[in-house]
Write a protein that binds this ligand. Structure first.
Ligand code: C5P
Length: 227
């Protein structure tokens, strides 16, 4: 796992806006997450433009469909040079994704339970177990089905690291430095806490991307991680 542990989320509605940040950060950032919004605005063209600038890309599209469709879509992503792709942590979906990825360098990250869901939400959906137990069950099943790692809240990092072992990727959004604006995030940890608890990579969004001085905001996070 030699790549940069800090992944910046390009949550923008146009490639021009995303480019403004990428240009501002220059060589201080090497790894970017493209999610549904930017993907809907500019598709793989923008992903390719990042790869052409020697940036690593985390494509956060959370695939969940019948196996054949997932396999074929993942095969397309695998050809591009993207580093991480998310799929939902459903064994059938993960197995299909692993087939589609073949022997490429693409790494599959499984999403267990969306952090926006509450205990009531999953009970309405027929589950009787706790969210934490469901996260644990899905994480173990996903890795057994061929996922290379898990995306999880930093508050679940320690538990998941124990389940998936030392070598799997563990990518945590929901990270904020002490004193930084938490926005709509309710359950956060600091970057250093997340790494201490077993995260291999952090997804950082607004603390850097909406900062007046993104270069300084990213430098602060790197400094926190260095100590
Ligand atoms: O809150 P922030 O701007 O740092 O979020 C960065 C990214 O992390 C966003 O792209 C968001 O989709 C993702 N995220 C997440 N789960 C959370 C919070 C944020 O996947 N609980």
């Amino acid at each position: 796992m030699s790549s940069d542990p800090v992944i910046l989320a390009l949550d923008f509605d146009s490639p021009a806006q995303a480019d403004q940040l990428v240009e501002a950060l220059g060589s201080s950032a090497t790894f970017y997450k493209v999610g549904m919004e930017l993907y809907a605005a500019s598709g793989m063209d923008y992903v390719r433009s990042l790869l052409a600038r020697n940036k690593q890309v985390f494509l956060d599209l959370k695939f969940h469909d019948i196996g054949e469709t997932v396999k074929r879509a993942v095969a397309q992503v695998a050809k591009t040079g993207v580093t991480f792709l998310t799929v939902h942590a459903v064994p059938q979906v993960v197995r299909a994704a692993a087939e589609g990825r073949g022997d490429s360098n693409l790494k599959l990250l499984a999403v267990t339970v969306l952090t926006s869901l509450t205990q009531n939400d999953i009970e309405d959906d027929g589950y009787t177990m706790s969210i934490r137990d469901l996260v644990a069950l899905r994480a173990g099943n996903a890795v057994a089905a061929g996922a290379d790692g898990i995306v999880a809240s930093p508050l679940e990092a320690r538990m998941i690291r124990e389940i998936i072992g030392p070598d799997a990727y563990l990518v945590t959004p929901g990270v904020r430095s002490l004193g930084a604006d938490t926005g709509d995030q309710k359950r956060v940890a600091t970057p250093a806490e997340a790494i201490r608890d077993g995260a291999s990579h952090l997804v950082i969004g607004r603390q850097v991307t909406r900062a007046k001085d993104p270069v300084a905001a990213l430098a602060q996070i790197r400094q926190e991680l260095a100590v």
